[in-house]
Design a protein around this ligand. Structure first.
Ligand code: NDP
Ligand code: 2IT
Length: 449
């Protein structure tokens, strides 16, 4: 048998041959497998059962045409995807992204990460992801509805509450889940509440699902700070993005006495030295679907930047909450030079490979997305539990369960970091190893599939 490192190297070589040009997917796989040599050394049975070769190959992939008609009567065609990556721990679970940059590589990187994130939640859910290269910006509600109906017409026969349960991600929030659920219900001829999560509160949704990713991110980062005897009180924080994850991270930060001072979208970034005005931000982004420039127009002291980096603002804590590759090696070095203590990833793979290396070589507390942003999918699983039991739990109940799950994920990372990296604060090794071992053991138990 080859050594663990040789085994990993050979799987990565095969991956590049089988998935040419899919750079995001390759990067996500390298990011996980690079942590696993000590795990494979302690578990030769994983290599014997070809766990790595199997885990990097999606169990099933669906590509479908999504035709739709705009308000002027013009027909458009987008491409829809669902990658059902791994069902060792439960039905496939993961969001749908509607964004022009969506490609097979993007959906596969997200689906691969989701396997280990979902394992960390302990909620018995497998990993999957989907989406479309559709740009919702500037589209009317009617256009969004027609797109969602066409998308679900392509997807519906492949999902189900015991098979695959989609939810939101970039460009897919409560409005889109409503249209998607309506079409699924019509096609399936049944009210199968547990087939999608992020639903409205009166028709099967869970309290706190909207807030869950942001609240969970702040809870995970709070736990990291606690290991150094610190808390959020009085800390200055930079947050990127201005969507679901950013908004509810800012809400929780303010509740804990921290001062978030930045937001961004694809048109620029904002520095508000007085601290972000949350009610204004919610009104602009959730109600009016506006841009960050609208925020600055209403806050004379806030600055709008269309060049430079949001990470140049000196802060105690940084929470990237927009998208992949929004924080590079230079940004990481700038944050460290300016004294950042902790970085928690609300987005998936927001830090590029060089940035991860820079954080790993420093003593910054660096919480990777698959651990730090797992609160969203965790509350999705709590929504599924409520659907199965036909119950609605209270806000306090769901919030407490979410907090408990994030504390537990942090503890799993610390344990696995100690066991496989020999120190307690390598959250990259910790999250990858802890998530992987659960999935690998389930795959061994279930045979060669
Ligand atoms: P939203 O669509 O609500 O918000 C996305 C935000 O990021 C917007 O402000 C958007 O600006 C900005 N953004 C997106 N793409 C780009 C880009 N290419 N360049 C600059 N800005 C960009 O999505 P979410 O808040 O739900 O998702 C944010 C991140 O969190 C994603 O990485 C997602 O995968 C991750 N995540 C989400 C979870 C959830 O439950 N929703 C759970 C776990 C992780 P603009 O409007 O201008 O495009
Ligand atoms: O990246 C993610 O974890 C999500 N977009 C949430 C997935 C879900 O099923 O709630």
């Amino acid at each position: 048998m080859s050594t663990a490192s040789e085994y990993i190297e050979s799987v990565l070589e095969g991956l590049k041959v089988r998935n040419p040009g899919e750079l995001e997917f390759q990067e996500a796989v390298v990011g996980v497998l690079d942590s696993l040599a000590p795990v494979l050394e302690q578990h030769p049975e994983y290599q014997e059962a070809a766990i790595l070769e199997r885990i990097v190959e999606p169990e099933r992939a669906v590509h479908f045409r999504v035709p739709w008609v705009d308000d002027e009567g013009k027909t458009h065609v987008n491409r829809g995807y669902r990658f059902q990556f791994n069902s060792a721990l439960g039905p496939y679970k993961g969001g749908l992204r509607f964004h022009p940059t969506v490609s097979a590589s993007i959906v596969k990187f997200l689906g691969f990460e989701q396997i280990f994130k979902n394992a960390l939640t302990g909620q018995q859910i497998g990993g999957g992801k989907g989406g479309a290269d559709f740009d919702p910006h500037g589209r009317s509600d009617q256009e969004i509805m027609r797109f969602c109906q066409s998308f679900m017409t392509g997807l519906f026969r492949h999902i189900g509450h015991f098979t695959d349960i989609p939810a939101g991600d970039i460009g897919v929030g409560g409005r889109e889940i409503g249209y998607l659920f309506g079409q699924y219900k019509k096609l399936a001829n049944g009210f199968e509440a547990g087939v999608l999560t992020g639903k409205g509160l009166d028709w099967g949704g869970s309290l706190i699902r909207t807030e869950a990713t942001g609240y969970g991110l702040v809870a995970f980062t709070r736990e990291m700070l606690k290991t150094r005897g610190e808390d959020f009180e009085g800390q200055t924080v930079s947050v990127s993005g201005s969507g679901n994850v950013a908004i509810y991270s800012i809400e929780k930060l303010q509740q804990l006495g921290a001062k978030p001072v930045t937001i961004s979208d694809s048109s620029g970034w904002v520095y508000d030295a007085d601290g972000i005005d949350l009610e204004l931000l919610k009104d602009i982004k959730e109600v009016k679907r506006g841009r960050v420039a609208d925020y600055v127009a209403a806050r004379p002291n806030a600055e709008l930047h269309t060049d430079g980096s949001i990470w140049s603002v000196p802060v105690d804590v940084a929470l990237p909450c927009a998208t992949q590759h929004e924080l590079n090696g230079e940004d990481a070095r700038t944050l460290i030079k300016n004294g950042v203590k902790a970085v928690g990833e609300g987005a998936n793979m927001p830090t590029d490979a060089e940035g991860v290396e820079v954080f790993e070589a420093s003593d910054v507390l660096y919480g990777p997305g698959k651990a730090a942003n797992a609160g969203g999918v965790a509350v999705s699983a709590l929504e599924m539990q409520q659907n199965s039991a036909r119950q609605s739990w209270t806000r306090e109940d769901v919030a407490q369960r979410l907090d408990d799950i994030m504390v537990n994920i942090h503890a799993q990372c610390v344990d696995a970091s100690e066991r496989y990296a020999g120190n307690s604060s390598d959250y990259v090794t910790g999250s990858n190893a802890a998530g992987f071992v659960k999935v690998a053991d389930a795959m061994l138990a279930q045979g060669v599939l």
